[in-house]
Design a protein around this ligand. Sequence first.
Ligand SMILES: C[S@@+](CC[C@H](N)C(=O)[O-])C[C@H]1O[C@@H](n2cnc3c(N)ncnc32)[C@H](O)[C@@H]1O
Length: 131
Amino acid sequence: MEDPVDITLATYEAAAGTYVDVSARPGPTVPGFLDRRVALIGEGMVLEVGSGPGRDADHLPTHGLRVVRTDSTRAFVERLRARGPDVRLLDARTDPLGGPYRGGLADAVLLRLSRSGFEDSFGPHRRGPSR
Ligand SMILES: C[S@@+](CC[C@H](N)C(=O)[O-])C[C@H]1O[C@@H](n2cnc3c(N)ncnc32)[C@H](O)[C@@H]1O
């Protein structure tokens, strides 16, 4: 059976422009949520899985964090690169995550993974070589 995540990603790929145009901008609670995350992390490098249009990550550097933006949808990666930020094409299910990181952010990504899929994607065996 096809992985449902692949269907979701194919939809993002086909409709990235529409997503950017019509999806709601972050509501008033999102900056507060991100601010609380930052307070927990402190300073350093943060991995964002699923940067999409980059709205969350745009907020974080104002706190002195270095955000490693990643997404598995090539259309989002190309759109983000076109407006400036560096971003890696990365599928969290299969690609090395790199690191070490002080923290991670994955907004509306993890809900698509089963429990075992989450462990496969983010378990200790999936870390890349330490740098
Ligand atoms: C709702 S969007 C995230 C929005 C983004 N955080 C923002 O600030 O606008 C979810 C993103 O997760 C990405 N995604 C879904 N599954 C993924 C995976 N396995 N690995 C990497 N990215 C994934 C999608 O391509 C999509 O861009």
